[in-house]
Write a protein that binds this ligand. Structure first.
Ligand SMILES: [Zn+2]
Length: 614
């Protein structure tokens, strides 16, 4: 072989045996991922032009020095497609198993049906890794020639502790069920532990919308990482800045004489005001998009280690949602504490901190005045359910009874002290009449507080009440309880057989005292002959500020030690939170059945709707 021939052969060999150069993940996804028209209106080639801020996160995936990526996010920023594309990047470029955890099996299935499966079928490159056997692409489990990818609804510790995997993705970290109270490690820790046998390959992606500042998992993960924010440059003054909702302006021009807003005008009037006080340029939607396209991430935490990257992004950066529609959502939410909290969490990707607030007797008086007229002991109309809750004291009890109606409103029916368990049993047998009618309804479910020193007696009473009484515990974040409310079986005589509830004290005090009583926005009614006792007990808690490690936090404090009735109705807020969606779901089913088979009597469905837990 002459030397030219030798060189030619060597060239060919080099080409054949050259290690396959891996594209940067951002280039790979743009070159290979195709979106199905089923998934999005932007179907076809995936492009980061619509979500330019995600480019760096993709490239962290490809950076071997980065082990954990945290995305504290709002809705509408392309995170679902991001998780989806990360999975397929691994499927096509590595031989590492992938686990994705979501808060429930339903969400896991939805993600697979609406995002992952359609993208697998729409992207030809993934075809090279299909086994050819349709059965290998199950609902939430996917067997490829390179690896296995599983999407798991993390509803129990055993599901979180399933198979090991090098790549773990956690979506909606704040909504994962928490098993800390059962002696388990926190959910996120269990999920991350799946990667333990892959020290050199592991990659953990944690995403989520934050909730309460004190308890938010995603917020605390964000603080542990690089704390990166996306900066954009004002075209007028060149100041680099983070987009913040307080700089969304132009509301005033849409204000009407009576103080309300013309919501239809917002889209054309609202603008972004440059945060430079010397500039204050008015930037419109198009400028926002151009600024975001040229933006860049900056780290705010110099102490973070290189392996932990954390990012915050809000819907202000989204190309799917305009500044005008964000402004509109804000105006619709601003007077309702629950909606406002949701706006902060879901659209700004921020924790919501309730400011200090005093609940006064005047607030209760106004609520009585504004409620529809009815008397103590009466129901306003046919209820979905009559509910009771009991606050347990050392030597007596306080009880409150509330009716819940199909439109989501509720009325306080009865309240007072009780001496013994027998008294409670008697009260729980009462029936309540609908005002102006002969119809009457019994109590469908009663909760009894099992905190304090009488836990065993309370459990015994619940057991004997044949499931009418459920034990309830109000938990705070300090106890490691991050959820709003959940059903749980409590231990009785050595077995977990006693159905009951755990509720987040803070959340439902906020709802009862701020939304229902102070703001009077909860469609929560009091009878016209509400007595002093109830008026006093519903105005004895105050939200106060305190400084914790340099941050302002708020907490509820009781001023006169008589908040027992407030506690009863707080427990009932927790119960309603679980019941209202159930009733709604059953009503929808009933409507559907009536539409399909109008001749079929729906009494059975109706009975079920009244008592979905039996
Ligand atoms: Zn400027």
């Amino acid at each position: 072989m002459n030397s030219t021939a030798k060189e030619a052969v060597s060239d060919i060999l080099k080409k054949v045996f050259k290690p396959k150069e891996k594209l940067k993940p951002s280039d790979w996804v743009e070159g290979n991922i195709r979106l199905s028209s089923f998934t999005t209106t932007l179907h076809g080639q995936y492009s980061l032009r619509h979500t330019p801020y995600l480019r760096q996160l993709y490239d962290d995936i490809g950076n071997p020095r980065v082990r954990k990526i945290v995305l504290k996010k709002s809705a509408q920023i392309g995170a679902t497609q991001f998780a989806n594309n990360v999975i397929l990047y691994y499927v096509c470029n590595f031989a590492l198993n992938i686990l994705m955890f979501m808060p429930s099996q339903t969400l896991a299935q939805q993600f697979c049906e609406r995002s992952l499966t359609p993208t697998i079928h729409a992207s030809p490159v993934v075809g090279n890794f299909l086994t050819g056997n349709e059965d290998d692409l199950k609902k939430t489990d996917f067997l490829f020639t390179s690896c296995i990818a599983r999407v798991i609804g993390a509803g129990s510790p055993s599901r979180l502790s399933s198979n090991p995997a090098a790549i773990v993705i956690v979506d909606e970290a704040d909504k994962l069920k928490d098993f800390a109270s059962e002696g388990e490690a926190p959910a996120l820790q269990l999920a991350e532990a799946r990667t333990i046998s892959f020290p050199n390959e592991k990659k953990i992606l944690v995403m989520g919308t934050p909730t309460e500042e004190n308890s938010s998992v995603i917020h605390s993960e964000f603080l542990k990482g690089s704390q990166s924010y996306f900066y954009v440059t004002c075209p007028s003054c060149n100041l680099e800045q983070i987009l913040r909702f307080e700089n969304v302006r132009g509301f005033e021009e849409c204000k009407l004489e009576d103080g309300s807003y013309d919501l239809d005008l917002l889209e054309s009037k609202v603008y972004y005001q440059c945060s430079n006080p010397e500039c204050k340029a008015h930037l419109n939607e198009q400028s926002k998009i151009e600024m975001v396209r040229k933006g860049r991430w900056k780290d705010h935490n110099p102490k973070a280690t290189e392996d932990k990257r954390s990012y915050h992004i809000s819907a202000l950066y989204s190309f799917n949602i305009t500044l005008g529609s964000l402004a509109k959502m804000f105006l619709l939410a601003k007077d309702d504490i629950g909606l406002l909290r949701d706006f902060y969490n879901s659209y700004l990707g921020e924790c919501f901190a309730q400011r200090a607030s005093t609940i006064k007797r005047d607030h209760v008086d106004l609520l009585v005045k504004e409620s529809p007229y009815y008397l103590r002991g009466e129901l306003l109309s046919k209820p979905d359910a009559v509910l009771m809750a009991v606050d347990t004291q050392g030597d007596n009890f306080w009880y409150g009874i509330e009716a819940l109606y199909p439109d989501g409103s509720s009325s306080v029916v009865e309240w007072g002290p009780a001496e013994t368990f027998d008294d409670l049993a008697l009260i729980s047998q009462r029936k309540f009449k609908v005002r102006g009618s002969d119809e009457s309804y019994p109590i469908k479910r009663a909760l009894i507080d099992m905190g304090g020193t009488r836990t065993e007696q309370v459990k015994d009473f619940c057991y004997k009440s044949l499931r009418l009484f459920w034990p309830v515990i109000g938990r705070v974040e300090a106890n490691g309880f991050n959820l709003t409310a959940k059903e749980e079986y409590f231990n009785f005589q050595g077995k977990n057989v006693l159905p009951g509830l755990k509720i987040n004290d803070r959340t439902f005090k906020d709802i009862l005292y701020i939304r229902n009583i102070r703001e009077r926005a909860g469609r929560f009614y009091l009878p016209s002959n509400t007595d002093d006792e109830l008026r006093i007990q519903l105005s004895s808690e105050h939200l106060v500020e305190r400084k914790v490690r340099g941050r302002i936090e708020t907490e509820w404090r009781c001023t006169n030690r008589r908040n027992h009735l407030g506690d009863c109705f707080k427990y009932l807020e927790g119960l309603k939170y679980l019941l209202i969606p159930m009733f709604e779901e059953h009503r929808q089913k009933e409507r559907l059945r009536a539409a399909i088979r109008p001749e079929e009597p729906s009494q059975q469905v109706r009975d079920y709707a009244l008592n979905p837990w039996n």
